[in-house]
Design a protein around this ligand. Structure first.
Ligand SMILES: [Zn+2]
Length: 80
């Protein structure tokens, strides 16, 4: 009973965290490159925080990654 509730709670926390991160990525563009890159959408790697053009980014749901390794790393992080 308690364990089930704990797992459920943990899952909710993970989802909330992911949604928050996704929203941050989508709405609050990084301020550094923002002013000059209105024609090119910049994405931020959720794992290492590096910025890269949208067409070079790997996307997973609402998240973006600079490379496949970071995508794997990030998802592995969240699973545990
Ligand atoms: Zn990265």
């Amino acid at each position: 009973m308690f364990i089930k509730a704990l797992i459920f709670f943990a899952l909710i926390m993970i989802v909330v965290t992911l949604v928050k991160r996704g929203k941050k990525d989508g709405t609050n563009m990084p301020t550094t490159m923002n002013t000059t890159s209105s024609d090119k959408a910049m994405k931020r790697c959720a794992e290492c925080g590096v910025h890269l053009p949208e067409q070079e980014a790997l996307t997973y749901q609402t998240l973006s990654f600079c490379c496949n390794d970071h995508k794997k790393l990030y998802l592995k992080d969240k699973e545990t």
